[in-house]
Design a protein around this ligand. Structure first.
Ligand code: 9J3
Ligand code: ZN
Length: 300
């Protein structure tokens, strides 16, 4: 329980009251700006969000990047680490992102700076071969997270207890595999996922699945929707079906994917309930959302 100075004050005189009030003002001033931390949530990063701040092309943090050669790692194909440049806010939660079948890191690269600028370390990866299947992509996402937290140049900036996974198509199928294999993951976001396995009762990681109404490669009726239904009904889970979208919509900058992904990652990796307003109640069908499902309020 967090106690504010004024709640613990007893009978102090007028001067004591003023001193306490001044201390509060000085404290607030010191903590203002993008580095503001709420005393009640040590994982909160950045200013209070608005609809426009989660839709913006860039968030409040300037971003740097490091290229990781496939020759310097094992278990995945290398990639690019995007991270907030400043060290003033301490560590950040982190995610790894996998591309789909036959595709390269470049196909999901837009998520790197878009998510990192909101206060995450984001590792967009290549797989060992572009033909790797979902179970392999899941293992590679976990190998990338292990590299990020244990060996990368930015390991000191990452909170290794607050990690998540994302991926497109077979990389989205791999996202579920990674969550199944490592229940300590705090968030999972499959994008127009493809996986032949529709049963996921083992998953304990809050999962947001994006489908695309016009997907003919991984139709929602045989992939995204049964994958969502295959998650435990007791899990914090959501399904958002993009309107007027295709299998490849997640391969370019997309504000609907970005705003709900940022909200999900903030809510579950940072425990940041300031973002709950964008997730619950569920977004209603609109020009951008064909259908939405999920539990509200969240339970974790
Ligand atoms: O990663 C994907 O785009 C999966 C869709 C696919 O090509 O499946 C065919 C086997
Ligand atoms: Zn549907």
């Amino acid at each position: 329980m967090h106690q504010h100075p004024h709640t613990s004050r007893r009978k102090g005189g007028r001067l004591a009251g003023l001193t306490a009030a001044l201390a509060v003002v000085v404290g607030l001033t010191t903590l203002s700006g993008p580095g503001a931390h709420a005393a009640d949530n040590p994982y909160e990063r950045g200013p209070a969000p608005t609809e426009s701040s989660i839709e913006a092309l860039r968030g409040p943090y300037a971003v740097s990047d490091i290229s990781v050669s496939s020759l310097s790692v094992t278990g995945f194909g290398g990639g690019t680490i995007y991270y907030p440049t400043s060290t003033a806010d301490g560590t950040f939660g982190a995610i790894a992102v996998s591309p789909g079948f036959t595709a390269y890191e470049s196909s999901i690269a837009w998520l790197g700076p878009r998510l990192a600028s909101q206060g995450f370390v984001v590792f967009t990866i290549d797989t060992r071969t572009t033909l790797d299947q979902p179970d392999s992509r899941g293992e590679q996402l976990l190998a990338a997270l292990d590299y990020l937290t244990q060996r990368s140049a930015v390991r000191g900036r990452v909170d290794s207890s607050r990690l998540g996974v994302m991926g497109h198509s077979m990389g989205g199928g791999g996202t579920l595999e990674a969550a199944k294999d490592r229940p300590s993951l705090q968030a999972a976001i499959p994008l127009t996922p493809w996986n032949l396995d529709k049963t996921w009762p083992e998953v304990r990681t809050p999962t947001l699945i994006f489908g695309a109404d016009g997907d003919t490669i991984a139709p929602v009726s045989s992939h995204a929707e049964p994958l969502y239904t295959g998650l435990p009904s007791s899990l914090d889970r959501a399904y958002l079906e993009l309107n007027g979208a295709s299998h490849f919509t997640p391969n370019s900058s997309n504000t609907t994917i970005a705003k709900y992904s940022i909200s999900w990652l903030k809510r579950f990796i940072d425990n940041d309930t300031r973002y709950e307003q964008f997730l619950c109640p569920l977004p209603r069908p609109s020009l951008t959302i064909e259908e939405s499902r999920g539990n509200c309020p969240h339970t974790s």
